[in-house]
Design a protein around this ligand. Structure first.
Ligand code: AMP
Ligand code: MG
Length: 492
């Protein structure tokens, strides 16, 4: 078989591509190619995502390595960077856009593939268009960890690295994450066209999102056929459910700007995120967040604030303000209901009773007062509920009297259950393995020495976080003292 010029100059990943976001037209993006990086190497990869995408079994070819680093075009794609705006730390920031992420395209199966850290774009502003190895490994592992926990998220196919230097606080090296999601559209995309009074584009974007992802909005009787109000309502409900999952998992996003909020209710843009170690409700994981705007316990309120921004952006389409506010209202009921449901599952309670929230709140106060480790508390509670002795759980509390009192009320509550507990269900609600900062950090330092086995090991744990993994118990233990000294800030 002879090769044409096009074959030799591009990589065929074995995927079929279709016009997706591109069909919206040039007001929404700029076509461009990633900027190549020299001598790329594989850092981590997820075969689960490869399968989801429909890649062939032997997908990690030398050409794919080049292509997924942005150093070789992918046959059949016309890459682009999208434009959006947003509120950052509560302040209107104007135009932002994909400053370092380049969308390769959308597969025939409806999945977008985006290369993060693939070079400068017209939206890079002062940035270099790059991402460093450290933050790319964190994003890759976190995406797959959240998926493993059952929390909606963008996914990550792989991380590739290059020795090309990238300057941050110190000199680091470049990496690219190949991210995958049905869509990377953010609240900020809507804010962008609303702020500029481009109502035709705003409507086209909303119609695109409704047709593809929320078709039920076209005939939602609750909103008298106002599809845009129904869209706002649906996004609010998905976001509320996502916040409930974050709070139950002890996940702190760290930079919930409106441009980091997915219109599909996915966790997106992993930066200074952290899974809590000790339970501290006001924990701030982003070193740049000096006011604590994005502290752990602020997340549900911030999400609502962000939805309010989305509502304002959609107002020209929705019509009256009251209708927009009505569309947002369910956030206030869905979030607490979903949060309670998550906490009941973690406690191993099958019935819903009116006093459950008080029981949960008393527990959270006890955990906060003692600075008790969040993942270990819940796993030990689950193990106790599944039949093991109480003492490993009780030993977590200096305030044994406080714990005993809570445990007594919990036991009384358990006695009211209408059905026997299915032990597996409570173990499946409380992961044994969590992507704590120090675990990621150890894998990163190993990877910086070109040993990528730690990344693969963590990935395997995080893909099945509820299971026992023989020989891996140390990875389910308490964090070392140095874990609390890790400082992560925005956009690295
Ligand atoms: P983030 O805080 O990561 O959500 O980024 C906010 C905005 O800054 C987005 O428009 C990013 O694309 C852009 N950005 C972040 N880091 C860089 C970088 N190194 N080069 C270019 N743009 C960047
Ligand atoms: Mg972002």
């Amino acid at each position: 078989m002879s090769l044409t010029a096009e074959d030799t100059l591009s990589a065929d990943l074995g995927l079929h591509w279709k016009p997706g976001f591109e069909s919206l037209g040039p007001a929404f993006y700029t076509h461009l190619h990633p900027t190549p990086l020299p001598a790329p190497y594989w850092v981590g990869h997820s075969d689960a995502v490869a399968q989801w995408l429909g890649l062939p079994a032997a997908w990690r070819t030398p050409d794919a390595l080049q292509a997924l680093t942005g150093s070789l075009p992918v046959a059949g794609t016309r890459p682009l960077a999208t434009v959006y705006s947003g509120h950052q730390f509560g302040v209107w920031a104007g135009q932002l856009g994909d400053g370092r992420a380049i969308l390769l395209g959308e597969t025939a199966g409806g999945l977008e593939v985006q290369l993060k850290g693939a070079g400068r774009t017209p939206y890079s502003r002062g940035g270099d268009g790059r991402a460093v190895l450290r933050s790319s490994i964190r994003e890759f592992l976190a995406s797959e960890a959240m998926h493993g926990l059952g929390i909606p998220t963008t996914r990550a196919l792989c991380v590739t690295g290059s020795d090309a230097p990238v300057r941050r606080e110190t000199l680091e090296t470049a990496a690219v994450v190949a991210r995958v999601a049905p869509s990377f559209i953010r609240f900020g995309h809507f804010e962008h066209f609303a702020a500029r009074g481009q109502h035709e584009e705003l409507r086209a974007l909303a119609d695109f999102v409704i047709d593809r992802f929320y078709p039920g909005c076209r005939d939602d009787a609750r909103f008298d056929g106002n599809a845009y109000a129904a869209l706002l309502n649906a996004v609010s409900e998905r976001t509320a459910a996502l916040m409930a999952q974050w709070q139950a998992a002890g996940f702190c996003h760290g930079v919930m700007n409106t441009d980091n909020m997915s219109i599909l209710g996915l966790t997106i843009d992993y930066g200074p995120f952290q899974f809590l170690d000790a339970f501290a409700p006001g924990h701030i994981c982003n070193h740049s967040d000096t006011s604590g705007r994005y502290a752990f316990n602020q997340q549900p309120n911030v999400a609502y604030w962000n939805l309010f921004c989305l509502a304002q952006a959609l107002l020209p389409l929705i019509g009256e303000e009251e209708r927009a506010m009505a569309a947002l209202a369910s956030y206030r009921t869905v979030f607490p209901a979903e949060f309670e449901a998550r906490m009941r599952a973690k406690l191993g309670l099958g019935d819903a009773r009116p006093d459950d929230l008080a029981l949960v709140e008393a527990l959270l106060r006890l955990l906060a007062a003692g600075g008790v480790d969040w993942p270990i508390f819940w796993r030990r509670l689950a193990e106790h509920r599944a039949g093991r002795e109480l003492s490993p759980l009780r030993d977590l509390f200096l305030d044994s009297a406080g714990f005993d009192a809570w445990m007594l009320s919990f036991s009384e509550r358990i006695a009211q259950e209408s059905r026997a507990l299915e032990p597996d269900s409570v173990l499946k609600a409380n992961p044994k393995f969590v992507l704590r900062n120090h675990l990621a950090q150890e894998a990163i330092e190993q990877a910086q020495r070109k040993d990528f086995s730690g990344v693969a090991r963590l990935l395997a744990l995080m893909q099945a976080p509820y299971d026992d993994h023989p020989g891996m118990d140390a990875m389910a233990g308490f964090p070392p003292d140095w874990a609390s000294t890790i400082e992560i800030s925005c956009s690295s």
